[in-house]
Design a protein around this ligand. Structure first.
Ligand SMILES: Cc1cc2nc3c(=O)[nH]c(=O)nc-3n(C[C@H](O)[C@H](O)[C@H](O)COP(=O)(O)OP(=O)(O)OC[C@H]3O[C@@H](n4cnc5c(N)ncnc54)[C@H](O)[C@@H]3O)c2cc1C
Length: 417
């Protein structure tokens, strides 16, 4: 009999893990506490597949920027002060990781994982019904100083063989002639892509159902039964049922630390709340996705629709929508795209999602030392969609004790234990 792998969480990381485990011949069960129709973090995001994001969130300058933005209620980054030992510990770890040496070590790995994941997305389009739009990404800048900073990042990208072009306002307009933008210039990353996350997840889920993966919807994992000191026998669900497993993979996003704690494991993750709004019929449809650099807002054409999303609000697991922050996104977008009005968004319900953020900006991927049959795949922060397929592929390699296609030592889930 093939090994039974139980995947906890049906976000993009859980579904990609299930897919590649199935390819390796494992029997797979996915347990998800939400129903099959859901709108979690993996659904309403900006849909960008981003080799351009080779610098982890924990990078030099982020602490100063974060402190500056802390006092502005509509700023793109905010840490809500709360008396929590976990939050204080996460912030300390973040500030320790935000240095040049960490960026130097992480960037080549993030680049390799992003390109490998992009290839997986290309391959998956051959068997699943979704579109990968390969038009690149623009980092739009409204002031010269930001453009200079972005130009430096572009030079770093080129040193790592990631193509990047520094463009002035006119050159940017040539790339997207039908869209009026209020900018001084941009950096163009031609290898970035986009997709509609809801469509990708629906296609992947349908593929898994057809291939015989068992899904347990509305199945909240609340605990584990330990058989031997180093082996987990079963997951315990809130309704009293148990699921036996040969291997368990924790893919429960921002909620992962809660389940890890049941096993006396520390997986530092803070939820980074973000919002998006999708205009079904925008008055203008940019043809290339962009990031509004000063505002940290992502703008993605998705078919005929346009999605605008952003903010990183570290405020625990609350899913409450803060109108100030949503307004901040809309106002920034209208400053860069002056043909739009804030009132265009009046009837658009904001979506929110919780990014699982590790303090060093790198995901956790791999086995834990504490248990022989527990692996973790979480902490992807702003790159969970982008790195979904390569994460699933790596997890399947780990579980089949194969030679790994990438050195994932830096991603060890034990790095803070
Ligand atoms: C505004 C915004 C824009 C973004 N844009 C991009 C982008 O353009 N590109 C990109 O790559 N990334 C982007 N991201 C980040 C990306 O969405 C996340 O990194 C990714 O979705 C995380 O996936 P996940 O599977 O780890 O977590 P989730 O999608 O949160 O999935 C975890 C699942 O586990 C389930 N779960 C939790 N606890 C339990 C339990 N006890 N029992 C059973 N199930 C449980 C949850 O219900 C959930 O369904 C964006 C995020 C936001 C908020």
């Amino acid at each position: 009999m093939s090994k039974h792998v139980v995947v906890i969480g049906a976000g993009v990381i859980g579904l990609c893990t299930a897919y590649y485990c199935l390819q390796r011949g494992f029997t797979v069960t996915v347990v998800e506490r939400l129903p099959a129709q859901r709108d979690g973090t993996s659904f309403g995001n900006a849909g960008m597949i981003v080799p351009s994001h080779f610098i982890p969130l924990a990078a030099p300058g982020m602490i100063t920027t974060a402190l500056k933005w802390m006092w502005n209620s509509s700023s793109p980054f905010y840490i809500k002060p709360r008396l929590s030992a976990d939050l204080i510990d996460w912030c300390l770890k973040f500030s320790r990781a935000a240095n040049i040496e960490h960026v130097r070590r992480s960037a080549p790995l993030l680049r390799d994982l992003s390109f490998a994941s992009r290839s997986c997305f290309e391959q998956l389009t051959t068997s699943m019904d979704y579109e990968l739009v390969k038009k690149g990404l623009l980092m739009l800048c409204q002031n010269e100083r930001t453009l200079e900073d972005e130009a430096r990042t572009a030079t770093h990208a080129k040193e790592l063989d990631i193509p990047a072009e520094i463009l002035n306002e006119k050159q940017t307009a040539v790339l997207d002639p039908n869209t009026r933008m209020h900018i001084v210039g941009s950096v163009y990353y031609p290898l970035d892509c986009t997709l509609t996350p809801e469509r990708f997840l629906a296609a992947l889920q349908a593929n898994l159902v057809n291939a015989g993966v068992q899904f347990i919807w509305c199945g909240e994992v609340v605990d584990f039964e330990i058989e031997k000191p180093r082996r987990i026998r079963a997951t315990m669900l809130a309704d009293g049922n148990q699921i036996e497993a040969d291997e368990l993979v924790l893919c429960s996003g921002a909620w992962s630390p809660l389940l890890a704690a049941k096993l006396s494991l520390r997986i530092p993750v803070e939820a980074g709340k973000g919002y998006s709004l999708t205009l079904p019929k925008p008055r203008q449809l940019p043809s290339i996705c962009s990031i509004l650099t000063e505002a940290r807002v992502a703008v993605t054409p998705m078919g005929e629709a346009l999605r605008v999303g952003g903010t990183m609000e570290i405020a625990g697991l609350s899913q409450k929508i803060k109108p100030n922050r949503v307004r901040g996104i809309v106002n920034s977008f209208c400053r860069y795209f002056p043909d739009f009005n804030p009132s265009d968004f009046d009837d658009i319900p904001p979506w929110r999602g919780l990014r699982p953020c590790s303090p060093d900006g790198l995901p956790y991927i791999g086995r834990t030392a504490r248990f022989d049959n527990l692996s973790i795949a979480t902490g992807h922060s702003m790159m969970g969609l982008s790195l979904g397929p390569i994460t699933g592929k790596l997890m399947a390699e780990v579980l089949s004790d194969s030679r790994l296609s990438h050195d994932i030592t830096m991603l060890s889930p034990d790095r803070y234990n």
